[in-house]
Design a protein around this ligand. Sequence first.
Ligand code: FSX
Ligand code: SF4
Ligand code: F3S
Length: 370
Amino acid sequence: MAKDGLFPDINRRDFMKTCVTVSAMLGLPFGMVSKVAASARASDSRPAVIWLHFQECTGCSESLLRSTHPTLSNLILDMISLDYHETLMAGSGHQAEQALHDSMLANKGKYILVVEGAIPTKDNGIYCKVSGKTAMDSLQKAAEGALAIIAMGTCASYGGIQSVGPNPTGAVGVRDLVKDKPIINIPGCPPNPYNFLSTVLYFVTFKKLPELDQLGRPKFAYGRKIHEHCERRAHFDAGRFAKAYGDEGHSQGYCLYKLGCKGPATYANCSVVRFNDANVWPVSVGHPCIGCTEPELLFKTAIADKVQIHEPTPFDSYAPVDLKDKGKGPDPLTTGVIGLAAGAAVGAGVMMARKLPDGPEKGADHDKTE
Ligand code: FSX
Ligand code: SF4
Ligand code: F3S
């Protein structure tokens, strides 16, 4: 049991394992693990959370709860005081509304508002109503007393699938409507629960919000492209690509770039943190990344379309592949990219053998397709 019985379903080993993982994700030195664990245990640091649902599929909550990581969902739900969550709470109707009202009053200025789903704005927001109130009204009211807002998922962050043209309901993300509160975007469709947990743990440990990038995402989770850590990266560098689902390259685990993988333009930690205990992520099971953390990629660029690569992406964890054994030359595109990256193309066996410096500003290659 974790100390003081706050997490009755979590044994100490699992609890510490999660704290170590979160600390590593946050880039904290190992010595900080005990501080993170102590903050998670301290009952007085449990922030009140009000969780609203708007236009979405509830996949964000599902990924948190239906994961094969019961300790993770338990930890999250025990670490915060979840006062209102439309799909989890036992109460309904007036009882639920009362709980929302009471929590907003009792925790005014102190609660964290989590929003899941986009907010429709067309025709005064009539396309999404809960308990007779539009999502626009509910959001504004709940945002007023919030300390900070976490936009959970790409829908709440940027509008997601609802906002794709012609966007019939005028769907937008939280940041388009709320301008006077700190907003942390945790995009992904669905997002990785660890990114939510780490954000909350950072907050309870340091009493401040993590550093964010220009799209409002915590840098600790969205600071690098997934392409930098992908296990298929050595095949990309060697010019070995799957060209059709089920072909020889696909079955050999080659790079999925030519099937439309958006990894070279997508900032997220999926290739490192992966999902659930099954240790998988889309690319590991043979599906190209669709850029679900990127507002200009998800559902706005066809799955099969290739992202244009304007600058090299450094990798830092996978060894280069020597092509000589295979008797195949590298793909011209890859040779060009790697040649540019390394500053020297050394013929058909070119490979990236060292880390490369960071390229230009993020976002430069987000929405262009080949
Ligand atoms: Fe959106 Fe979340 Fe995608 Fe679904 O609720 S980010 S559609 S996984 O569930 O909001
Ligand atoms: Fe991995 Fe996609 Fe990059 Fe290929 S293009 S290395 S599959 S992230
Ligand atoms: Fe999303 Fe791509 Fe990760 S589709 S889950 S960002 S691999």
